[in-house]
Design a protein around this ligand. Structure first.
Ligand code: NZQ
Ligand code: ZN
Length: 392
């Protein structure tokens, strides 16, 4: 196991109706005037935004607001948010939404105290200051409620990139599973896929002797395999929603990834799809992740056998472990299909002729690839090709 620091200072406020307490938490973490940031309207329609405002009012917190964050959030709204927050003298960001809203709020949070262009942070500069960020989460997916990451798409050239800093880890995250009951089944499934992908990016490692994190990863993955079909069948199943919501946080605050080298190539390869087609990140991952697995599994067949047997319950073929490894990948793809995810380019709406464009963007956005198996541009093109024609 490698040396590590684990720092996860977010206060998680979990359970039914906890959004009614968000004013208290804004106050606790020093906010007096917040910018409420939200998305395309689901939080307005469900009445969540009104409940959040009532709670702020009760605690004597004033606010201004900026809605309209789109999935795969863009830089244009971030610039608008920075201007608004400065003009209004905001001292805390309050994101009411999913990964897109939270990431946009984090970008505004580092942009407000910075004199230059906030995009510098997405080009690699480390932020030195940030407004504190509070969250009211509405979808279990990106894990941004517990992470120090933010992913933004630059409209000029459609470059999707991330930044990472402890300064943008939320001070508090309100997580009411009942709030996620209004999610369409497709978004629920996209979120579940992303959660599993966050674990797999950490599970496939070259670091030896990481039993504790292996077992934690497998706990999250088996939970997702069990609970996701339950919420697809019954969107109002509170307990299944609650398990998934917490799994989404555990999958990405890095507790399952410490002490080991991580991969993240599937994410970087997927980001080109959601940048170009504006598809849901989880849907893109459903197409890419099994294809990446098929491309790299020979690097460590036994690790894939471990996934196949422990997560998907495949029988171990001691004569031909490769068969077990491939059965596990197949089981993962079947699972994704069973929850309504696309499994190839046609189902996602992607085009094989765009592969050179994805490679070009990958090279601009990420340069070289490392991780479980370092990949050349040629390898990445092959993964896109496997993904394009995948079948059950
Ligand atoms: O905009 P509204 O109307 O709210 O609708 C949203 C959106 O259309 C809807 N939704 C959310 N909560 C809902 C709801 N609809 C009904 N009821 C609710 N309770 O769901 C749609 C998707 O929302 P979004 O925030 O885009 O989803 P997600 O949480 O998957 O975030 C995706 C973004 O996060 C990035 C992705 O790349 C993508 O841009 N990621 C961020 C990470 C991080 N910060 O750590 C890590 C991830 O790997 C990921 O890259
Ligand atoms: Zn993700």
């Amino acid at each position: 196991m490698d040396n590590f620091n684990f720092y996860s200072p977010t206060e998680f406020v979990f359970g039914r109706d906890r959004e009614d307490e968000c004013g208290e938490y804004v106050k606790k973490y020093g906010g007096s005037k917040v910018l409420i940031h939200y998305g395309g309207g689901s939080a307005v329609k469900s009445g969540l935004l009104d409940r959040v405002k009532a709670s702020l009012e009760k605690s004597g917190i004033t606010w201004c607001e900026l809605g309209g964050v789109k999935p795969n959030p863009r830089d244009a709204l971030v610039y608008k948010g920075i201007e608004l927050a400065r003009a209004e003298g905001v001292d805390m960001m309050l994101a009411v939404g999913g990964g897109s809203v939270i990431d946009s709020a984090k970008a505004i949070a580092i942009g407000v105290p910075y004199k230059g262009d906030f995009w510098d942070f997405y080009r690699g500069k480390a932020p030195e200051k940030a407004l504190p960020v509070g969250v009211v989460l509405t979808i279990a997916a990106a894990g941004s409620e517990g992470s120090g990451n933010s992913v933004i798409t630059k409209e000029d050239g459609l470059i999707k990139k991330g930044t990472s800093s402890d300064l943008i880890r939320p001070k508090f995250s309100v997580m009411d599973p009942a709030v996620t009951q209004t999610l369409p089944a497709y978004q629920t499934a996209c979120g579940a896929t992303d959660i599993m992908a966050h674990v797999f990016e950490r599970y496939f490692t070259n670091t030896k002797e990481v039993e504790i994190t292996d077992r934690l990863c497998e706990a999250v993955l088996t939970t997702m395999v069990k609970e996701t079909p339950r919420v697809i069948a019954d969107p109002n199943n509170y307990d299944a929603r609650a398990n998934i919501m917490w799994a989404g946080m555990v999958a990405h605050n890095n507790i399952v990834g410490v002490g080991r080298e991580q991969d993240w190539n599937s994410h970087n390869i997927e980001h080109q799809l959601s940048a170009v087609y504006d598809c849901a990140h989880g849907a893109g991952l459903a197409v890419i992740m099994p294809a990446w697995m098929e491309f790299v599994y020979k690097h460590n067949v036994m690790r894939f056998c471990q996934m196949a047997t422990r997560v998907f319950g495949c029988a171990m073929d001691f004569e031909a472990p490769e068969r077990t490894a491939l059965a596990g990948i197949k089981a993962f793809r079947r699972f994704l299909h069973s929850i309504g995810m696309p499994i190839n380019f046609t189902e996602l709406g992607a085009k094989v002729e765009d592969i050179p464009l994805f490679i070009e963007k990958y090279e601009i956005g990420y340069g070289r690839s490392g991780g479980f198996v370092p990949l050349s541009s040629k390898d990445i093109a092959e993964i896109y090709r496997i993904a394009a024609k995948a079948e059950l």
